[in-house]
Design a protein around this ligand. Structure first.
Ligand SMILES: [Fe+2]
Length: 260
């Protein structure tokens, strides 16, 4: 099963790059998963963005620490099984922590997400939540776990924790693609898949306001970067619970920009 996992789609440039890439390449993959928690200018996702991503051929959207930034997130999460938020939110949180879809080749893929706790909100234990996702998934079925975390060490150790038990453990959130892909005991691992957005930016935001916040220590409203975006993704070849191959993808969208 050929799986494309698209990294954090950031704002209008990231959405545009995702649209253009999938318009030409969607048929190369059996299933497409995308992290959409930065679709709304960096802060969460709206119903409109979710429906755009689904319409372009994304099968499952993952979220993260920005899950509830937009007012309609609860409604989107409660009305669709094609979007997941971190499984280690407290019991009773709206939405799913994992979901299962049928790929174009007829095989099933479970997609789950956990969020790290180092330098992020103190959710429930991501290791326990990851174990619960594994236990909920039949042993022969392909399983992708998105590890949404800030600290490389925490992501690496979650990958170690899930080795041999997930088909793939793929990191998101830090927005810069790492080059440490490997397959250990049949589990494909990458610390961060990278951002789908404007790479010449402060992880998606224009430099000026972020620079001002760092240098003046006063609040400045961040603005999403504009210009050509790069789609960062990872292509996984999965055979049930075991990964055959993992390959990083970077595709620069040099098409015309309609940003202001
Ligand atoms: Fe994030």
């Amino acid at each position: 099963m050929h799986v494309l996992y698209i990294g954090d789609v950031f704002g209008a440039p990231g959405l545009r790059a995702t649209h253009r890439f999938l318009r030409d390449r969607r048929d190369d993959f059996d299933v497409v998963v995308a992290n959409g928690e930065n679709a709304a200018g960096g802060f969460g996702i709206t119903r409109k963005h979710a429906e755009q991503l689904w319409g372009w051929g994304v099968d499952v959207i993952t979220l993260g620490n920005h899950t509830f930034d937009q007012a309609d997130a609860v409604d989107v999460l409660e009305s669709s099984a094609r979007i997941v938020r971190p499984a280690n939110y407290p019991p009773g949180t709206p939405g799913l922590g994992h979901t299962t879809v049928t790929a174009r080749n007829g095989e099933r893929l479970t997609v789950g997400q956990v969020m790290g706790r180092v330098f992020l909100d103190q959710l429930d234990d991501p290791f326990v939540a990851a174990d619960a996702i594994v236990e909920a998934c039949p042993p022969e079925r392909a399983l992708l776990v998105d590890v949404h975390a800030e600290a490389t060490s925490e992501k690496k150790v979650l990958g170690y924790h899930l080795r041999g038990r997930a088909s793939a453990v793929i990191g998101t959130h830090t927005h810069v693609q790492t080059a440490d892909e490997e397959i250990v005991d049949g589990t494909a691992y990458l610390t961060d898949v990278g951002m789908t957005g404007v790479q010449h930016s402060s992880i998606g935001m224009q430099f000026a306001e972020v620079h001002a916040r760092f240098t003046t220590k006063r609040p400045h409203r961040f603005r999403p970067a504009v210009g050509p975006a790069t789609l960062c993704a990872v292509h996984l070849d999965l055979n049930g619970r075991r990964a055959r191959a993992i390959e990083r993808v970077q595709w620069r969208d040099d098409g015309a920009s309609d940003d202001g």
